[in-house]
Design a protein around this ligand. Structure first.
Ligand code: OSB
Ligand code: MG
Length: 384
């Protein structure tokens, strides 16, 4: 990862940082091409960062999973780098520069970096979003829903029907070899007009170009991350052969990757997951580049709890976020969530209200935090 230019400054130093390991029951498992259940028994794990600054607390979330499926990071690697390196580099400091001496581990970095931003917002008595830009922000973020690989095409049509009735106006379907063109064709036939897209999570190769040319006929909004998770070169060989835009997710680790993708025509849409690029600071840089270059952008999701979702929503309120984001209502992920506040879908326009309360804008439910920490301890004890 390239150096991040941290400019945010805290009015007072970081006092201390506490980590919380939690496991939360997911309302439903999101099955993807990288397979398995990266959330053991539908239990999504997370490391929450509680950062104390000037008598206020900022929260951050690490979205690394139990296993290195989507990313090489795991709950365990994140805990290690946070405890051994990132926390000691920030305690007593008013700036984030100390993080730059450490390479990689963007998800762990994001957790503490976001907690720092949230604590600064708390100290200044402003909503986090106000710290992100001087430009007018959206008050509602346009959102869609991500649907995992189902047991059958009929089951898929049923889930889409339910989501469309709930008010989601953009549907993303996970695909993998053997679960692609036939399923997508059936969906398009049943729903001729919905905003539809597919996410392959790196399951294909350039040998599959014929398949993508068939998908070109389905009027998809985009095809997300068809090729290698760390590739830009091969995507640049695929995109010019298609009329459907490729959206890069896994491949984009920072703003320079977007520059490279643009110059090589490797993808024409960017999925920005703040956790994948190392936090809010790099997200702002990447957003600025896309905005100024006219590259369509949306905010991706990692099944965040209310903590991570609130931060992602603040970023989704930026003017350069031009396509529906993977930020669904709380009840699509958790019931209950770890925060007292829930996010609901505005049915009429498929949006979620951007948080306007001070700081991160959500509050931790301490009883549930204790409960979810117990869940985590039980799972770790059983697998030890
Ligand atoms: O590829 O976008 C992805 C969740 C976990 C890992 C990877 C992905 C996803 C999603 C979830 O698609 C989107 C969401 O949080 O709603
Ligand atoms: Mg994706």
């Amino acid at each position: 990862m390239t150096q991040i230019h941290y400019s945010i400054e805290a009015p007072v130093p970081v006092d201390k940082v506490i980590l919380h390991h939690i496991a939360m029951p997911l309302v439903e498992v999101l099955t993807t091409s990288f397979g398995g259940d990266t959330n053991q028994d539908a239990m999504r794990a997370a490391v929450l960062v509680e950062l104390h600054m000037g008598g206020k607390i900022g929260w951050g979330e690490c979205v690394a999973a139990w296993t290195p499926g989507y990313s090489y990071e795991t709950i365990t690697t994140a805990t290690h780098v946070l405890e051994s390196f990132f926390i000691p580099a920030l305690v007593g400091k008013t700036k984030l520069d100390g993080l730059n001496q450490f390479r990689g581990h963007p998800m762990a970095k994001t957790a503490i970096e976001t907690a720092f931003w949230a604590a600064v917002a708390e100290n200044r008595g402003v909503p986090l979003g106000n710290l992100l830009t001087d430009q007018p922000r959206k008050t509602r973020a346009v959102v869609g829903v991500s649907i995992g690989i189902q047991k059958s095409i009929d089951a898929t049509l049923g889930v889409i029907d339910k989501r469309v009735k709930e008010g989601y106006k953009r549907i993303k379907l996970k695909i993998k070899p053997g679960w692609d063109i036939e399923m997508l064709t059936a969906v398009r036939k049943a729903f001729p007009d919905i905003l539809l897209m597919a996410d392959a999570n790196s399951a294909y190769s350039l040998d599959d170009v014929g398949l993508f040319k068939q998908m070109d006929k389905l009027n998809l909004l985009m095809i997300e991350q068809p090729l290698g998770h760390d590739d830009i070169y091969q995507h640049s060989k695929l995109q010019p052969q298609l009329s459907t835009p490729i959206c890069l997710d896994e491949s984009i680790r920072n703003t320079d990757d977007v520059r490279l993708a643009k110059e090589t025509d490797a993808g024409r849409i960017i999925n920005l997951k703040p956790a994948r690029v190392g936090g809010i600071t790099e997200s702002l840089e990447l957003h600025k580049f896309c905005y100024e270059s006219g590259i369509p952008l949306w905010i991706g999701g990692m099944l965040e709890t209310g903590i991570g979702r609130a931060a992602n929503l603040a970023i989704a309120s930026l003017p350069g976020v031009t396509l529906p984001s993977d930020l669904s209502a709380t009840d699509r992920y958790y019931n209950p969530d770890i925060t007292n506040e829930v996010f609901t879908l505005n049915k009429e326009d498929s949006t979620i209200d951007v948080v306007t309360a001070l700081g991160l804008g959500v509050t931790m439910n301490m009883d549930r935090l204790a409960q979810f920490k117990e869940n985590y301890e039980k799972i770790v004890a059983v697998s030890a």
